[in-house]
Design a binder for this molecule. Structure first.
Ligand code: FAD
Length: 440
């Protein structure tokens, strides 16, 4: 079941041409469209389903610098500023709150990792402090629970996944962007090695610049044009309760993490637990992903699902004048794992019985797209002039979505980059760079 989200209208006429076409209306595509249109460029945002329909509405909404890989910290710092800027400029609540993130655990290894991360925090000026056992118990008052300790990131926060991407896209429209939903981009029109248009199911848009912000579909989209983007997806389950008593805004425990929504309900999921489905694309990219699989093996269950045959990870090819997989699967909406929903609720019942008593209102699945080093790709595509990609957010792209969109807009517009794009270049997977698997 898809989470209920703020749906927006589409523009009626597909433009014949534009400065930039953005493919994909998640948090990344919507933010990029916003920052491009704000610079005065004519932008068309094409989305095969509806804006925000995939990962960007299925996440917990954490806007986090805490425990983030150092390569992403400049992007995360930029994003925290942009969330505030966007809220003011758009004039609508995106649910962004610097409510603080609280982590509590009984695992000494985890505690030591958090303590070690404070060195990164110091380098990037992140306001974070370790919690003693008593402080953790006061901050995360679980029934009969005692914690060994915790960590508190005072200036980090959360936003509303059901509001953010649609409202940012609407903001882009105020700056002149057009938005086209139920409008899959089938592929690129390329002339002499330079992009000259995007073929959509509703017609051709002539353009000299395309940003592929297609989330879990980015690799498939680019593969049709002989561009290799190593990408793998895992499936996660999350649920939402009815409004419940307040036990904190954004709380992480080893058992589950919970985020309070604006209406007082909680989104709850188990951090890091996911199912990896074996797919033809997965088999193709098994080598670059081996280090990550080895690092995360314990947290991942392996299975074969429907995605072996269809969806973003098939290796089937298609024709631009006929319906494509993007139209056949308008919204990637995997079923939630019922066993996982039951496990989460048993754990919630043990720690926060009154939250469990509120009951489950909905649950959903979501595919998380990852790169081999768990760091996004925000980069020009060297082999086709005018083509750029911003994808592979690796399970933590919502909070940094505005920053990714901003950096992508810098690259597309040829402006000075707001943060150093080097760690995010696509060529790192082919230029013999050492691939280091990032922290989540
Ligand atoms: C359960 C869960 C919890 C998470 N928790 C967090 C969290 O707390 N904090 C955090 O920072 N991140 C979190 N994430 C990760 C975060 O949601 C993603 O990293 C982020 O939303 C990715 O944004 P995106 O715009 O790249 O992709 P998406 O939101 O997936 O958007 C891509 C869009 O492209 C469209 N598209 C694809 N192909 C085409 C095509 N050919 N033509 C037109 N449109 C196309 C798709 O329909 C889709 O809407 C979580 C993810 C999940 C699933």
């Amino acid at each position: 079941m898809s989470p209920v989200i703020h749906q927006i209208s589409s523009d009626k006429a597909l433009p014949e041409s534009g400065d930039v076409v953005v493919v994909g209306g998640g948090i990344v595509g919507a933010s990029a469209a916003y920052f491009l249109a704000r610079r005065g460029l004519s932008v068309a945002l094409v989305e095969k389903g509806y804006v925000g329909c995939e990962q960007s509405s299925r996440n917990w909404g954490w806007c986090r610098r805490q425990n983030r890989d150092a390569r992403e910290l400049p992007l995360a710092n930029l994003s925290m500023r942009l969330w505030e800027e966007l809220t003011k400029e758009i004039g609508h609540d995106l649910g962004f709150r610097r409510c603080g993130l609280t982590y509590a655990t009984n695992d000494p290894k985890r505690l030591a990792e958090w303590d070690k991360w404070r060195e990164v925090a110091r380098r990037f000026d992140v306001n974070t402090r370790m919690l003693t056992a008593d402080e953790a118990a006061a901050a995360v008052p679980a029934a009969g629970g005692k914690w060994l300790g915790g960590v508190y990131a005072a200036d980090d926060g959360k936003a509303e996944p059901w509001l953010a991407a649609p409202r940012i896209a609407e903001g882009a429209r105020k700056h002149g962007a057009t938005i086209h939903q139920n409008c899959a981009a089938r592929g690129l029109d390329i002339t002499n090695g330079q992009v000259s248009g995007v073929v959509t199911e509703k017609g051709l848009i002539r353009t000299s610049a395309v940003l592929c912000a297609a989330g879990a579909w980015a690799s498939a989209f680019l593969r049709m044009h002989a561009v290799s983007l190593p990408q793998a997806s895992v499936r996660q389950t999350a649920l939402r309760t009815a409004p419940a008593p307040d036990f904190g805004e954004a709380v992480y425990t080893s058992d589950f993490a919970m985020t309070r929504r604006l209406d007082g309900s909680y989104t709850i999921a188990v951090s890091g637990r996911a199912t990896l489905e074996i797919t033809p694309q997965g088999i193709r990219y098994v080598r670059p992903f081996l280090p990550m699989f080895m690092k995360r093996l314990k947290a991942v269950e392996i299975g074969i699902g429907r995605s072996f045959f269809q969806g973003p990870e098939t290796l089937r090819r298609w024709h631009l004048d006929r319906p494509t997989p993007f139209e056949r699967i308008r919204v990637l909406d995997p079923a939630p794992d019922k066993r996982m929903v039951a496990t989460i609720m048993t754990r919630v019942k043990a720690l926060f019985p009154t939250v469990a008593d509120a009951g489950v209102v909905s649950s959903w699945g979501g595919y998380i797209d990852s790169t081999p080093d768990a760091v996004p790709v925000i980069s020009p595509v060297d082999s086709i002039g005018g083509v750029f990609v911003a994808a592979g957010c690796s399970g933590h792209g919502f909070g940094v979505g505005p920053g990714i969109g901003h950096l992508a807009a810098d690259l597309v517009a040829g402006d000075a980059a707001s943060v150093d794009p080097t760690p995010f270049r696509l060529s790192r997977f082919t230029d013999r760079s050492k691939i280091e698997v990032g922290d989540f």
